[in-house]
Design a protein around this ligand. Structure first.
Ligand code: GDP
Ligand code: MG
Length: 707
């Protein structure tokens, strides 16, 4: 542990740190050391980790808990970090102060620059719960620091500590709550929200997680009500500031494989973006629960650009350590001043470097010294020079335009995607209310206005090329294209969702019809299956059109979507039928059908055969009747003898839509269910089975005679 720190310190101090020193920070960086000093090397670390330019696209999580409860071990499993872990033999505390490390990138992700890959992890020194005083002071300070910087606080706790209201952990949580109330007092404008992510260790499994989390939640609420709250916040609830989540992990030593398995699951979740399924509920019992999706919510983000993070964090720490009231908004303001000054200074320095030779020159000669030479040559050369310089300038301006345009595209995409996502989360009723076209127009004019405002600043009078019109035209075209693409993707998702819904709605009724097989009143098997199918698909398509309407899809897009949905639903039905006629399945159904005829009389009463009964006749009749079903099953045909009007139902395939047209075509023998060979095979098997039933029946007559 200490070694890592010394090395990172000395190398960085020598100023020789390069990317090749990738193991310089192999244990991460000690942000705050045992003397409560804040490291000067955080910018170097973030630069080495390629995070300094990440903007807002990064996350921070911190861990809390008593000493030696496996915190560092947990982080290493979750984030692939190498925080030092207590040596089993020595059994002494290893984590001093606060360490930080970047989570290992999950390269399997399609976009390695995605936010889920930019996670900064903080390992916070725990107290051992016995020593108080100095220790407790540091605990409070580090809690404050973690709250001011992190989105998610992992609270690490043994299962057997749950319910120990007086235990060390509860003291810690009390501190966290108090400190957060203090922060909030100064920061009412921004909703300062965090996730407390409880990881219950060495979970034996006797007590279900739900019970453990209920107990913890009760304790947390008790702590909350025992706090004296500042004026104005007397009635505040714990859920006004925190979301809660609970997970349990098996014992690392006793169930090593399970431990790894569970931590890997968790590891994935930390890397997932906010999925539309995720919903944080603040239920009346106070237990926040969410789906199985991502962990980070936008509301937790502290909104500090990555390049400002080191300055912000160290400023926050200074405030804390000098026992000043921590005031986050003013910290953010100070940070903005500092960073903007710094950025402006860099720009000015570059500009000065370019300008000062000209200024010197102008002072010395009072003008272009070339003017004293041959007039023709001079003018030509002057023109060359002008073009040359202008070319450079032009490159700069054009680059600026395209950067602005890129940003506009990005903002537009993010906003529309976000709206689509939240519309999906908020359920059918709400989502059908919003007007996609209006939202697109609004967002479009917002980003376009911003583009115009900033691009016009680059206008140089007299220089035609510094006019942004062309760039604007292509930006607008790009935005329209994106809107169309996003809508298209949304429509595809919609079709997929509805296809799934149709599949599950269809399953039971089709199974039922296959069990009934014949039904004199309701037509033959296929009449009924066709009816169920068309009705279910009809409903699905209707749902699709409603939603597509609210997306403001064009008529053509709607046609395509509806057609695809119907076509896919046909595939769903075919798959279902295939399942029903699978060898074992269909044989079983034939057997049932046969037995109904053979072993039961017309009134459904089981037959008891007497020697005088026409047992052979009954058998043959029953067998033949059932055998007749095989050709019926083998082809989808209505009782009229015609094939179902599939082509009419599907409608004409829409022209010119790109993907999987092949798969979307209708096969030549669409209505065949069982081929010739399969039918013969099925008949043979069925007869064999029927024979066996017959022989058994015959035997029972003989034995009843013998009795
Ligand atoms: P920290 O002080 O909380 O960071 O704890 P460490 O990660 O350094 O681990 C402390 C000790 O607990 C080490 O000896 C680990 O091997 C051990 N340990 C880690 N995880 C678990 C666990 O899930 N269950 C048990 N029983 N021991 C663990
Ligand atoms: Mg540790």
């Amino acid at each position: 542990g200490g070694g890592g720190h010394n090395r990172s310190g000395s190398i960085a101090r020598n100023g020789t740190h390069t990317k090749d020193d990738s193991d310089t920070y192999s244990n991460g960086i000690q942000v705050i050391d045992e003397n409560k000093e804040f490291t000067p090397y955080l910018p170097a670390y973030l630069t080495a980790q390629n995070l300094i330019t990440a903007g807002f696209s990064y996350h921070v999580v911190a861990v809390f808990g008593s000493q030696s409860t496996g915190k560092s071990t947990l982080l290493n499993h979750l984030f692939g970090t190498h925080f030092s872990v207590m040596d089993e033999q020595a059994r002494r505390q290893t984590t001093k102060g606060i360490w930080m490390s970047r989570a290992v990138e999950d390269t399997k992700k399609p976009d390695p620059r995605a936010m889920g890959n930019n996670i900064l992890v903080m390992d916070v020194e725990g107290t051992d719960g016995r020593e108080r005083g100095e220790d407790q002071d540091f605990e409070r300070k580090s809690a404050l620091f973690a709250l001011a910087t992190s989105e998610v606080l992992i609270v690490n706790i043994w299962e057997h500590q749950v319910g120990l209201y007086q235990g060390a952990n509860m003291g810690l949580l009390k501190t966290v709550f108090e400190v957060n109330l203090g922060l909030f007092l100064k920061d009412r404008s921004t909703t300062h929200r965090s996730l407390l992510f409880f990881v219950i260790r060495d979970h034996i499994g006797h007590t279900p997680l739900q019970n453990l989390s209920n107990t913890l939640m009760q304790d947390l609420n008790r702590i909350w009500s025992s706090l004296s709250k500042p004026p104005g916040l007397e009635d505040s609830k714990i859920n006004d500031f925190f979301d809660f989540e609970f997970v349990a992990l098996p014992h690392k030593i006793l169930q090593p494989e399970k431990f790894v398995e569970e931590t890997q699951k968790l590891r994935k979740r930390f890397r997932e973006g906010v999925s539309p399924e995720v919903e944080v509920m603040n239920g009346s019992n106070g237990v926040g629960q969410r789906g199985d999706g991502g962990i980070f919510l936008p509301a937790y983000h502290r909104r500090i650009p990555a390049d400002g993070f080191p300055h912000y964090a160290s400023g926050v720490w200074t405030q804390i350590i000098t026992n000043k009231d921590l005031d986050l908004p003013s910290q953010q303001e100070l940070l903005a001043q500092y960073r903007c000054d710094e950025i402006a200074a860099t720009c000015t320095a570059g500009f000065n470097e370019i300008m000062s030779p000209f200024e010197e020159q102008a002072k010395k000669t009072g003008g272009e010294s070339g003017g004293r030479y041959h007039k023709g040559v001079f003018e030509r050369k002057r023109e060359d020079l002008r073009e040359n310089l202008e070319g450079r300038l032009r490159g700069l301006v054009v680059g600026q335009f395209s950067a602005l345009s890129k940003r506009a595209v990005q903002e537009f995409t993010e906003e529309i995607t976000g709206i689509l996502k939240s519309a999906n989360t908020s359920g059918q009723s709400a989502s059908s209310n919003y007007d996609f076209a209006a939202v697109v127009n609004q967002t479009r004019s917002k980003v376009v206005d911003k583009f115009i405002a900033e691009a016009s600043e680059s206008y140089i009078p007299g220089a035609e090329w510094s006019n942004y019109e062309n760039e604007l035209t292509s930006l607008q075209a790009a935005l329209d294209e994106i809107a169309a693409r996003l809508r298209g993707e949304e429509m595809k998702r919609l079709v997929a969702r509805l296809e799934k819904a149709i599949r599950s709605k269809l399953a039971e009724p089709v199974e039922l019809e296959f069990r009934r097989m014949e039904d004199k009143e309701k037509g033959n098997l296929w009449d009924r299956v066709w009816k169920v199918w068309t009705e279910t698909v009809g409903e699905g398509v209707e749902g699709f059109l409603t939603r597509a309407g609210s997306l403001n899809a064009t008529e053509k897009e709607r046609d395509i979507g509806a057609w695809k949905l119907r076509k896919k639903a046909w595939g769903v039905l075919k798959a279902k039928i295939e399942e029903e006629v699978m060898e074992g399945n269909i044989l079983l159904k034939l057997r049932e059908n046969f037995e109904d005829r053979f072993r039961y009389d017309e009134q459904g009463v089981p037959r008891v055969w007497k020697p005088a009964d026409p047992i052979e006749q009954t058998y043959t009749a029953a067998r033949e009747a059932t055998l007749k079903l095989i050709p019926l099953i083998s082809r989808i045909r209505l009782s009229t003898g015609a094939e179902p009007p599939l082509t009419e139902f599907l409608g004409d395939p829409p022209t010119d839509f790109e993907e999987d047209v092949d798969e979307m075509g209708i096969a030549k023998d669409e209505f065949e269910v069982l081929g010739e060979a399969k039918q013969v095979d099925l008949s043979t098997r069925f007869k064999r089975m029927a024979d066996a039933v017959f022989v058994e029946a015959k035997r029972s007559t003989v034995s009843s005679v013998a009795e």
